[in-house]
Design a binder for this molecule. Structure first.
Ligand SMILES: Nc1ncnc2c1ncn2[C@@H]1O[C@H](COP(=O)(O)OP(=O)(O)OP(=O)(O)O)[C@@H](O)[C@H]1O
Ligand SMILES: [Mg+2]
Length: 246
């Protein structure tokens, strides 16, 4: 096992897709690669990812054929560990060497105790951005702060990357193009992947914590995002290839 990698899909803006995308990525790596994955859910008191899991378990209880399908799949689900942000660093340290990839889901606000300690323990932060001015301004303020924690002697943080979520292809591209220009001027890296706005992301079977994402949703941009994240977090030899589930 290589060194444990710690990442977070994080933003100081609420509702931009942090928990949904965390789940999609965790399920992908856990169910379709040999990597050992754990999600640390620090989204107190919502516990969104843990709630996704509990809702699914309830659904499985009521739908035996879904449970049978999961059992036939033959891989146990990954652990979701609940903790508050103030305890996150200790939780992450406990996982060192025991798993390959830890994804940390954070609350919609980052003005809470323990956040700087958490940032220092993460390897990479990926920031979903929505096409609205408030999100863009808040993201630029966030990346300004993150810069102080990147590549510092007391910090593991090696980089932070933004990417579009809820992207609408049919919308005029002016806003996107202007934003991309501002990000470039500010030295903030924007990934090429754009996750499309789609009701599919609201469906429990798409952002499942118990089964891999279904192949038919890959065209919405998630496959490309996973490939970009994988290339950053597990460069070259460390990478397990991104395989599409059959
Ligand atoms: N690409 C998308 N297209 C459509 N809906 C989306 C997309 N991504 C996320 N959503 C929806 O947006 C809502 C907010 O998503 P989510 O809970 O993942 O955001 P969050 O950033 O974790 O929120 P919070 O700040 O409350 O923790 C959910 O209803 C989710 O299904
Ligand atoms: Mg959330």
């Amino acid at each position: 096992m290589s060194k444990t990698k710690y990442i977070s899909i994080s933003s100081q803006k609420g509702g931009v897709g942090k928990s949904t995308i965390t789940t999609l990525i965790a399920s992908h790596f856990h169910f379709t690669t040999p990597l050992k994955v754990v999600v640390v859910d620090c989204d107190y008191p919502q516990w969104t990812v843990e709630n996704f899991r509990q809702d699914e378990l309830e659904l499985f209880k009521k739908t035996p054929e879904k449970m049978a399908e999961f059992k036939a799949f033959g891989k146990k689900a990954y652990a979701i560990l609940k903790c508050q942000v103030k305890d996150a660093r200790e939780q992450l340290e406990d996982l060192e060497g025991a798993v390959d990839l830890v994804l940390v889901d954070t609350p919609g606000t980052l003005n809470i105790a323990g956040i700087p300690e958490l940032w220092r323990k993460l390897d990479y932060i990926f920031i979903p951005i929505e096409p609205d001015a408030a999100t863009i301004n808040s993201t630029l303020a966030y990346t300004d702060v993150l810069r102080h924690y990147t590549n510092q002697p007391d910090s593991s943080l090696k980089g932070f990357y933004c990417f579009w979520n809820k992207f609408v292809k049919s919308e005029k591209q002016t806003f996107f193009n202007q934003t991309e220009k501002i990000f470039q001027e500010e030295g903030v890296t924007l990934l090429a992947s754009r996750l499309e706005q789609s009701v599919a992301y609201r469906k429990s079977e798409v952002r499942s914590t118990m089964t891999p994402m279904r192949k038919e949703f890959y065209h919405l941009g998630i496959k490309s995002l996973i490939e970009e994240i994988q290339a950053i977090v597990f460069p070259v030899k460390e990478a397990a290839s991104v395989t599409e589930p059959a």
